[in-house]
Design a protein around this ligand. Structure first.
Ligand SMILES: Nc1nc2c(c(=O)[nH]1)N[C@H]1C(S)=C(S)[C@@H](COP(=O)(O)OP(=O)(O)OC[C@H]3O[C@@H](n4cnc5c(=O)[nH]c(N)nc54)[C@H](O)[C@@H]3O)O[C@H]1N2
Ligand SMILES: Nc1nc2c(c(=O)[nH]1)N[C@H]1C(S)=C(S)[C@@H](COP(=O)(O)OP(=O)(O)OC[C@H]3O[C@@H](n4cnc5c(=O)[nH]c(N)nc54)[C@H](O)[C@@H]3O)O[C@H]1N2
Ligand code: SF4
Ligand SMILES: [Mo]
Length: 741
């Protein structure tokens, strides 16, 4: 029996109204109680009834009030009056803003077709599914976000192609895994990225065996039964070698493989050469250790596989995803208690309106032919290829892209190679940025729209989006300034343009979704707070896996049909000590960036005192031997340099990292610096070091964001930080800026 888990929503407590909602300081999904009194939020606490977080909040969640009432928040729409990037703005009304945007969309469409409009967003915030809906409604196939090729979507698309659905670690069920394999993922820091960090902690308390695959000795690695400290970017080789051990030693689950897996013989042949001895020099992990890990993994069942974005930051990402899917599949760790499982998907898929766009227009999507799993025929959530869109903006090749809408993405911080990003943004004729804060990216806009925080929106959070087993209502609890939630902004633009679709209110959309499969609508869900359908295991026994063969496709017939490699394979990272040895002479260290820390979310929250206090300065991790050889000590500033650019961070000496590897934090800018439109964007920004250049993953178009080559140099506190030559233009240098106005 399905059951309503909750009882009440608005709990009147004297003068205070308590709303049940969902925190979205990260991807989100923790149940919260929001106390509102006199139109203001007075308290936010974890909802003890919620099965996802059981009343707990992480550091980000507890800082919510500092975010919602932050004095630096944008409060009303603003139009650029000076030159682009000069920081001169005039306040306008929403009505003026909507009319202006509608006119620009019509003009761009008439001149160069709707495909000349780029719609961008960031990772999984409440309005994520609305962004592609909006793009489809106004007729452009060119929407994208930094994660489509570099984070999460490769895992989703790879899973859909291989087994019909994304498998998840469901810690809300009673069953506990006997083993957890953490692969390039640190969920106790990175929270909800398909699961809840709280669930992982609880599962760990029950003392399962653990294997950690990570170049850094994280807390999880310290307590692991086996820690595989691999060379960054060689996950595919390690996974192939583990498959080799399992298959050559006959440790697979034979009956599951016989009945439910397609292409085991082909996989066996593919991995036959990939022995641990083959993998050891590639991965830097000893052959015996690979064997030991493969045996422990195969023999300890059921197990869950916690995988993270670290595997998606290299062009071989799709093959790595596929290899890991094969590992879990041949050991039958699929949709049974304590193993990877499939969510219940109680809701229909979000109405993103892809079906409303003509095929001919879909085919204009940049990346459509080249990256079939990201943008083309095999894409489960088709999106454009970012480097191709940016090229079309800069060079009008293969056609002009001239108008941009960004709903929540600090592109100058989180895209690879921010210098190229900068050149791209200033090449646009017209740029709208919907934001909470005046970020370095918003500074380059023509129109700025102030948006609502998570506590000011009505939304169906991404929890069901991940296939999790809970549907939640996120409720608007207050009005702040003139801020409007992104979904409403997009809907109103559609109305002003007069699009054929996409004009229903967000609440109507949620209501229709809920009622199409459940017996209640949006208002009832708000009252209940959340809904949890009954969970079923081994759903595939009823109607097979949703693939062409009805089985898990170790050998993918879909990829084969598209001319892509149907079996997992190894690719050396395009920039590495082995593929570019000459470059390695000048840049001898391997760079990894962006391992998550609990205080920040991407480039967010540096302006929240409670969180910033925990990490006041950017830090890079160096092995003690490396620090000695460079002549630097803990807390001293260093310049990290690649052939593309430089940034500086403070040294944190850390013996849990290989002496040949450096880790640099990502997302750093300095919102406290008011003067100058760049807000310290270039000083400590990891993406001055990275690249958006080819080669790309043949399926997903992924570029190499990690495992690049760098060097580290000591700098004095008094040394001027490096700024790229183009940043000089970024100062209010009117002569230059005029060219872009
Ligand atoms: N607090 C907080 N939570 C977050 C975020 C945040 O910014 N802050 N971001 C959210 C987002 S969008 C995402 S994608 C997730 C990301 O969170 P995770 O998926 O956990 O990814 P990371 O923290 O980047 O990296 C996880 C581990 O991978 C290791 N690693 C680095 N390079 C490699 C490699 O080549 N191979 C392997 N096997 N491991 C490697 C790192 O050392 C790190 O310990 O977190 C989400 N949650
Ligand atoms: N070097 C390096 N770069 C990386 C990564 C890495 O590990 N290393 N990780 C990559 C990954 S995995 C990801 S997912 C991306 C993340 O990239 P993004 O998700 O784009 O993160 P941000 O660039 O911080 O941009 C988010 C912006 O949205 C604003 N915002 C927050 N909530 C809302 C809202 O409700 N509405 C609107 N309109 N705006 C909002 C915030 O103020 C912030 O400025 O970064 C990628 N970049
Ligand atoms: S894990 Fe995410 S949703 Fe949960 S409290 Fe922290 S920030 Fe909020
Ligand atoms: Mo991400």
């Amino acid at each position: 029996m399905d059951q309503y888990v909750n009882t009440t929503c608005h709990v009147e407590a004297g003068e205070t109204t308590v709303f049940k909602s969902a925190c979205r300081m990260c991807h989100g999904g923790c149940g919260v109680l929001v106390h509102v009194s006199g139109g203001d939020i007075t308290k936010i606490e974890g909802d003890p009834d919620n099965p996802m977080n059981k009343g707990k909040l992480c550091p980000l969640g507890t800082a919510s009030l500092e975010q919602i009432y932050n004095p630096k928040r944008l409060k009303y729409p603003m139009r650029r009056v000076g030159h682009r990037g000069e920081g001169q703005w005039e306040r306008i009304t929403w009505n003026q803003a909507y009319d202006e945007m509608a006119a620009k969309i019509k003009k761009a469409t008439a001149k160069n077709g709707a495909e000349s409009i780029w719609v961008g967003t960031g990772t999984g915030r409440h309005h994520f599914p609305y962004v592609s809906r909006f793009a489809n409604a106004i007729g452009t196939p060119n929407w994208c976000e930094p994660g489509t090729a570099q984070c999460f979507r490769p895992r989703v698309h790879g899973s859909v192609i291989t087994m019909g659905q994304l498998p998840i670690c469901n810690y809300t069920s009673e069953a506990n895994p006997e083993l957890i394999l953490f692969w390039g993922h640190n969920p106790i820091y990175s929270g909800p990225d398909g699961e809840l960090g709280f669930g992982v902690r609880e599962a760990l308390n029950r003392k399962p065996k653990t294997i950690v695959v990570d170049p850094r000795q994280t807390m999880l690695a310290k307590r692991a039964d086996i820690w595989l400290q691999l060379r960054p970017g060689t996950d595919d080789a390690l996974a192939l070698a583990m498959l080799n051990v399992i298959i050559s030693e006959g440790l697979e689950d034979k009956s599951f493989v016989d009945e439910w897996c397609h292409g085991f013989h082909e996989l066996t042949a593919r991995v036959a050469q990939h022995t641990p001895e083959w993998a050891a020099p590639i991965t830097w992990v000893a052959a015996e250790k690979i064997r030991e890990a493969a045996r422990l993994y195969a023999e300890t069942r059921p197990s869950m596989l916690e995988w993270g974005c670290a595997i998606e930051h290299t062009p071989s990402c799709f093959q790595t995803v596929r290899a890991l899917l094969c590992l879990a599949s041949i050991t039958a760790n699929i949709d049974q208690p304590g193993s990877w499982s499939f969510g219940m998907t109680p809701l229909p898929s979000f109405p993103q309106l892809f079906d409303k766009m003509e095929t001919a227009q879909q085919k204009k999507r940049l990346g459509y032919d080249d990256f079939k799993v990201l943008s083309g025929k095999l894409a489960q959530l088709p999106s454009a290829h970012i480097p191709s869109v940016f090229k079309a903006i800069r060079d009008h090749d293969p056609y002009p892209v001239t108008t941009g809408f960004i709903f929540g993405n600090n592109a100058l911080s989180t895209y690879g190679d921010v210098q190229t990003v900068y050149e791209t943004l200033v090449a646009l004729d017209y740029l709208v940025v919907a934001e909470l804060y005046m970020t370095p990216t918003a500074e380059l806009a023509d129109l700025i729209l102030p948006v609502a925080t998570w506590a000011e929106v009505d939304a169906l959070p991404a929890v069901p989006f991940y296939g999790q087993n809970v549907i939640m209502a996120q409720q608007k609890t207050i009005q702040y300034g003139e801020c409007v939630q992104d979904e409403e902004i997009m809907t109103e633009i559609c109305r002003r343009v007069g699009t054929a679709h996409g004009q229903e209110s967000p609440q109507e959309v949620y209501d229709t979704m809920l009622r199409s499969t459940l017996e209640f609508g949006w208002e009832e869900l708000k009252e209940k707070g959340f809904y949890q359908p009954e969970f079923k295991w081994r759903k595939y026994e009823d109607d097979g896996f949703k693939t062409p063969t009805g089985r898990i496709e170790l050998y993918s017939t879909l990829l084969d049909d598209m001319g892509l490699d149907p079996l997992p394979a190894f690719e050396e990272p395009p920039e590495s000590p082995y593929s570019t040895p000459q470059l390695a002479e000048e840049y001898p260290l391997i760079l990894i960036t962006g391992a998550r820390i609990p205080m920040f979310f991407q480039s967010e929250y540096r302006q929240l005192p409670k969180l910033r206090k925990g990490r006041p300065e950017p830090e890079c991790e160096l092995h003690p031997d490396t620090a000695v050889s460079l002549g630097v000590k803990n807390g001293e500033w260093v310049s990290i340099e690649t052939k593309r650019g430089k940034c500086r961070q403070k040294v944190k000496v850390f013996d849990g990292i290989d002496a040949r590897v450096v880790h640099v934090q990502h997302g750093w800018w300095f919102p406290e610096e008011e003067d100058g439109p760049d807000h310290g964007n270039w000083r400590s920004n990891a993406n001055t070091l990275t690249s958006m250049d080819p080669p790309y993953c043949s399926a997903m178009g992924t570029y190499q964001l990690r495992a690049l080559l760098c060097k580290v140099i000591k700098v004095e506190d008094s040394d001027e930080p490096w700024r790229p030559p183009l940043a000089e233009k970024y100062d209010s240098n009117v002569a230059n800026i005029q060219e872009w106005s």
